[in-house]
Design a protein around this ligand. Structure first.
Ligand code: OGA
Ligand code: MN
Length: 302
């Protein structure tokens, strides 16, 4: 059996893993090696893995419970609900609804009560140049904040909102109405401890509307600062895709963004599986939002 080689690609995150055939079940030792590399590098790229949808699902299942994507049903592969198609290729004669997926910094499924544990994205077709994905290390983002700001955000919760997916409102109206109903705004802690590494991290995103108990006006400058800080170039790994790359990221301690840095007339077709995350958060009822603005209006006149 060939041995596994793990080669770091950047200081912040990212490693290339060779010596595995992901079409076949991994041994317990191989799984342990992959998991350890994942904890060290957060994003693993496995080159030259020509997987079918069932093989991608089977690989993901060895890393965690496979997500069925019930919160975003329209983007699934019709034959495999576990596989989301992130593609700019027309679907049923219409422009693909996922052609602009991931265009702001985010972690997957944070607008649900189970943000993904990780995701596995496979490149099936790509433009000749570009179509890169960037990943940012949220341990580093947390650790480089000043102690006073770390204390301030320690007990904050942030409201994650599916409508802040960039371009969401331009998608199919009936589908977005359904997805809004299925995914009301939900609050998750801003500082979390990774369940496997025990390290603290910043759980932030550009899909956050406000902090719980703070108005949008109050939240906006802090959110902007935290997002800018968290995605500074020195915390980022940029993946330049090759055909048949399989990239697996830890969705709990990274953010990612899909860049529009390519000729949109060229096909880009990706398959994604996610690992189901732990239950987290609480739904924000519209009334409590009104309460907050009522409170701030009172504060403004008193
Ligand atoms: C995703 C995503 C990034 C990309 O599939 O979750 O954000 O580059 N995709 O396609
Ligand atoms: Mn994503």
């Amino acid at each position: 059996m060939t041995s596994i080689t793990v080669t770091a690609q950047a200081y912040a995150a990212g490693a290339r893993v060779t010596g595995l055939d992901l079409r076949k079940p991994l041994t317990p030792e191989q799984i342990a090696t992959v998991q350890a590399a994942w904890h060290d590098h957060l994003v693993l790229a496995f080159p030259d893995q020509d997987l079918t949808a069932p093989q991608l699902i089977a690989f993901t299942a060895q890393m965690g419970e496979v997500e069925r994507n019930d919160n975003v049903p329209y983007y699934r592969d019709p034959d495999y609900p576990e596989v989301l198609l992130v593609s700019n290729k027309p679907r049923n004669g219409k422009p693909s609804e996922t052609r602009n997926t991931g265009r702001n910094w985010h972690a997957d499924l944070t607008y649900t009560d189970r943000p993904a544990k990780g995701s596995v994205l496979m490149c099936k077709e790509k433009p000749p140049i570009g179509g890169d994905t960037m990943f940012a290390n949220m341990y580093m983002a947390y650790e480089t904040l000043s102690p006073v700001l770390r204390d301030f955000i320690e007990t904050l919760d942030a409201v994650h909102d599916i409508t802040l997916i960039k371009g969401f409102e331009r998608r199919d109206p009936a589908q977005i109405a359904d997805m809004k109903r299925a995914n009301p705004p939900i609050a998750h802690p801003v500082v979390r401890t990774h369940p496997e590494t025990g390290r603290k991290l910043l759980f932030i995103s550009e899909r956050i509307r406000n902090f719980v108990g703070m108005t949008e006006e109050e939240s906006r400058p802090l959110l902007r600062f935290l997002n800018d800080h968290a995605t500074a170039p020195e915390f980022v790994y940029r993946h330049q895709w090759a055909l048949n790359d399989v990239v697996m990221w830890d969705n709990r301690c990274t953010l990612h963004i899909a860049l529009k840095d390519f000729d949109q007339s060229q096909p880009r077709h990706m398959m994604r599986c996610s690992m189901r995350g732990e239950k987290s958060g609480y739904v924000i009822q519209p009334e409590s939002k009104d309460d907050a603005s009522l409170k701030s209006a009172l504060a403004a006149v008193s």
